[in-house]
Design a binder for this molecule. Structure first.
Ligand code: SAM
Length: 289
């Protein structure tokens, strides 16, 4: 039985009376070569523990199981679990977990070892998945993810350019991002409406910024929520910060940033300077009390 055969997938789903759900991004890979290329791009070593996001019917899981010590195959849809068990029976190193990846305790899985993430992502939850990954960046070595092509472009954009978004800054603050290759919509069953691309995030030992992460995120969000406004306007008008004009100008001066610049033009280092300036201002005010 070949898991990449559309007729096999159609038949086995019919036997189990399963209708695929668009809301769960259920588009399965039906090209063996692409499956192998994704597993190979993950650069696994035989000692690795891999967590696979959205195992589906186990197509990619089988390939990962041959290359890693252990694979935790996470799948939210309970209807697919009997199929996963059947397809992965020969793979003794796979553990199937019927859970929402967003609820999974990755630290509990990792214990004192770093883990690797791989997944052909359900596109509706790409952003929360990325946010979850950067929250635990310290226990991850890399994440190899198949995402919508436009999302891949955003993740790889140069901070400070028009193509960048808040997600660019968040992810690049924690990982070196590489667009590995494009994947056509024709290699999925059923065929999705968008093309995809594989990205690989290689997590740094330490974030690329020194400010407290919560404040760094807030400053970036405030700047991109009002991305066409000047920095001074976004710092004062965004409800996330709502600084007084005086404090906003003081912070910008400390950070050596032109108040007339748009937030979207800032590099990671400049966002960091701004967040650190806000910390320093708060400290000065506390000391003056
Ligand atoms: N890995 C398979 C493949 O490549 O053919 C399936 C990939 S399919 C694009 C995404 C899978 O993620 C679906 O099986 C879907 O049910 C599952 N999924 C959706 N949301 C999920 C979540 N929050 N946690 C875990 N799995 C999820």
């Amino acid at each position: 039985m070949s898991l990449t055969s559309p007729s096999y997938i159609r038949d086995v789903l019919a036997q189990h009376k399963i209708r695929l759900k668009k809301s769960l991004g259920q588009h399965f890979l039906v090209d063996e070569n692409i499956v192998r290329k994704i597993a190979s791009a993950a650069q696994l070593s035989p000692q690795d523990t891999v967590v696979e996001i959205g195992a589906g019917i186990g197509t990619l899981t089988q390939e990962l199981a041959q290359r890693a010590a252990r694979v935790i195959a996470v799948e939210i849809d309970g209807r697919l679990i009997p199929l996963l068990k059947e397809h992965l029976r020969p793979c003794a190193n796979v553990t199937i977990v019927n859970q929402d990846f967003l609820q999974l305790d990755l630290r509990e899985i990792a214990l004192d070892k770093k883990i690797v993430i791989v997944g052909n992502l359900p596109y509706g939850v790409t952003a929360p998945i990325l946010e979850k990954l950067i929250e635990v960046y310290d226990i991850l070595t890399a994440a190899t993810l198949l995402v919508q092509a436009e999302v891949a472009d955003k993740l790889c954009a140069v901070p400070g350019t028009r193509d960048a978004g808040a997600i660019t800054i968040f992810v690049q603050g924690f990982a070196e991002v590489q667009r590995v290759f494009s994947v056509s919509r024709h290699v999925f069953f059923p065929k999705p409406e968008v093309d995809s691309a594989l990205v690989r995030l290689k997590f740094y030992e330490h974030p690329q910024f020194c400010a407290p992460a919560g404040l760094f995120f807030t400053v970036v969000r405030a700047a991109f929520n009002l991305r066409r406004k000047t920095l001074k306007q976004s710092l004062t008008r965004s409800p996330l910060l709502a600084l007084s004009p005086k404090v906003a100008l003081e912070a910008l001066e400390r950070a050596q940033l032109d108040p007339q610049r748009r937030g979207e033009t800032l590099s990671i280092a400049e966002f960091d300077r701004l967040a650190q300036a806000l910390v320093a201002l708060q400290r000065d005010r506390d000391e003056a009390r």
